[in-house]
Design a protein around this ligand. Sequence first.
Ligand code: PMP
Length: 387
Amino acid sequence: TTNGGDMWQNPEGAPKNLASDAIINLDHGDPTMYVPFWKSIGDKCTVVFKGYESLSYFSNPKNPCWFLEPKLEESIKRLHGAVGNAVTDGYSIVVGTGSSQLLQAVLYAVTSHDQANPINVVSAAPYYSSYPEIMDLVKSGLYKWGGDAHGFDKDEPYVELVTSPNNPNGVIRGAVVNRGGILVHDLAYYWPQYTPITSSLDFDVMLFTASKCTGHAGSRIGWALVKDQEVAKKMTKYMEVTTIGVSKESQLRVAKILQVVADGCKRFGSPDGDNFFEFGQKMMAKRWEILRETVKKTQMFTLPKFALQHCTYFGELTQAYPAFAWIKCKEGIEDCEKLFRGHKILTRSGRRFGSDPAFVRGSSLYIMRQHSGWSFISAGAPRNKGL
Ligand code: PMP
């Protein structure tokens, strides 16, 4: 396709000479758009491991989550404190291989192990397309996917996954069933570049991930803030049995990244440009501006609208710039994904989110990888991954 080098000088620049067989792949939420920021940071985040380091399975035998690196725990607490998006005092932290693994650990921990039938796990449509797959992959005897929370009317225990802001549509959400079930809050996108931070959340179980916070999806680090120590201990047990903990190298790398983000995030408008959230918000705002202009010109689609809200982090009224665009085709077009595919643009059908095929989800996070040219514009990009 085109020369990747231009991209680093002009991350918002568009490729000039697209090959006629190029495919624009907006299917994935792969957060490569943040690469220019991390390049600009230079060596501040470089972490070196000596051959004799991190050999042990253990990190801190005194912590109930005994494989959690103390440096990571400290950085997580500092970052939430600096951003003001979640309370950490009184919470246990459990680290996982991405929040995807933690989700399974939570379900293991909160389901009753002597029940006759698997408990239903529900989430309001449109829900994150990986949830059904994660729930049913191994046909667990403890839990099973129960579908759209709006339609759940059984008088029995359940778990509700509350994704806020929501993937795919960026909406801030609360529980919908409200019949005393167990709530798990997936807060992967509750960071200032995506949405106004309106309060420091204190739900029972809150899941976060480096993948969407800083863009380090490849390190596979997620963390859970858990109020009930017994739940945290059971989650730790799940991790112990499935993977005997989480890579120390990944944890220490992410600890460093979060520390650098926390250090920079209290400097606003700094000439050094080392505030990651300012960078991220600007980049997302630009992308949404271009997208909204384009949609307006075509008159064929609609996009969600978001009200301005006071963001306690930026200290001003801000707009939401979700990681995904939830695009609806205007009347008469039933299969929006097919329409885009016809124009060589890969998106994910609303059907995959338990919703209407007149919708598609397009990623706002994806840009080229330097080594392979434009990866969001290439026929060879991986497809049909959950992400
Ligand atoms: N929850 C939501 C809502 C997501 O969008 C994603 C990633 N797309 C995840 C969880 C999982 O992220 P990871 O396993 O990379 O932490």
